[in-house]
Design a binder for this molecule. Sequence first.
Ligand SMILES: Cc1cc2nc3c(=O)[nH]c(=O)nc-3n(C[C@H](O)[C@H](O)[C@H](O)COP(=O)(O)OP(=O)(O)OC[C@H]3O[C@@H](n4cnc5c(N)ncnc54)[C@H](O)[C@@H]3O)c2cc1C
Length: 420
Amino acid sequence: MGPRGVVVIGAGQGGLDTAAALRGRGYRGRITLVGEEPTLPYQRPPLSKGFLTGDTAAADLELRPRAYFAAQDVELVSGTRATKIDRERRTVSLETGATLPYDSLVLATGARPRTLPVPGAASLAGVLTLRGLADAEGLRARLTGPPRRLVVIGAGFIGLELAATARKLGHGVTVVEAQSRALARALTPVMSARLVAEHTGAGVRVLLDREVTALWGDSAGRVEVVELDGAERIPADLVVVGIGVLPNTELAAVAQLQVGDGVIVDAYLRTDDPDVYALGDCARFPSPHAGRHVRLESVQNAADQAKCVAAGICGDRVPYTAVPWFWSEQYALRLQIAGLTAGHDETVVVGDPEGGRFSVFCFRDGRLTGVESVNRPADHGIARRLLASGTDLTADDVRRPGFDLKTVARTAAAAGAPTA
Ligand SMILES: Cc1cc2nc3c(=O)[nH]c(=O)nc-3n(C[C@H](O)[C@H](O)[C@H](O)COP(=O)(O)OP(=O)(O)OC[C@H]3O[C@@H](n4cnc5c(N)ncnc54)[C@H](O)[C@@H]3O)c2cc1C
């Protein structure tokens, strides 16, 4: 432990968890958490769900109460942007003019929404994105008023969760997606179809394979029309763009660290400078589960990587191998994903998709790589343990009549397979 301590840039999920994990491990040096947002570190998942309906209050989002920071001697510098990293001097400059020296630096800068490159998107009022608390507050104020005609651009997790929430609140909702199915990068076709059916059943108009070509406004500069494929015009008084995110890598790039859709790190989450780590939404890391470098956007990924980085800083180097998992809530469907299902070449469905309780087992080259479950939490929990222990479950096993995942887990445990 050097005298300069640890500086963490980004006081979101991964940044806060890094500070907490360092103190949890008994790290006694200085810890400074620099966050651009003027709030205490908070959780984002409710921003597209309960926060918009009013079921979750802003105070319930806080990851730690204010008293935590003094009690744990974590210096929180919020409402301030880090503007420069000097790797030679090992310092970080803040926009306030302050300079923070470090022994270890952690980049936990997250990601920002992609913007829609069509006329009207940047200039019209009523065109929003959703990433932070301030965005969600603006959206909530608009969704708690009279019914609106909402157009959500992008059928990803945030777009679909928002569509479900807005429907619940009684708004007219259209979702426009450029790909031929929803969540094409993240989910199997059977799961995409099931989610779209749920939205359609709830009265959401889901338009797939359609390109937004322009947004048009009224004389006051407020959005009133979404134009599709240069032809069809959909009336709208609120548009939310949810077409993915870009990792915040600019600080790293200027500091001449290796970047490319994320800050590139090794198995220990170190950049090409061994004193600088990166984690969470902004980091691209070698995943043993994917067999390549990936960048993941989930609470689990940020939280588990924070523990790995804290261990590395404390001199206890362990590679990052955690099984990825994710969840989403839309209407009465609780979707949970264990492992990585992208790139599968075989799937087996267990349960009843129509009835809203089922799991999709995904295989690549004969190996189980991930399981998507809807309202089957036991499948999800067991799948995570099996994936962590390196299961040899095959698609034929899952297809066999009477297949029972609990029995598989018991057999694996009895055979002494390590569990997560
Ligand atoms: C609406 C919404 C719903 C979501 N729902 C789910 C869900 O259901 N399940 C799930 O697993 N995940 C969900 N996620 C994703 C999850 O929240 C993120 O993956 C997670 O927050 C990533 O943590 P992070 O620390 O990498 O980034 P963040 O939590 O985004 O934190 C990064 C922080 O760094 C700050 N920052 C950036 N640059 C600088 C700088 N130069 N100086 C100072 N500060 C800086 C940013 O302002 C931000 O506060 C959701 C995300 C959103 C937006």
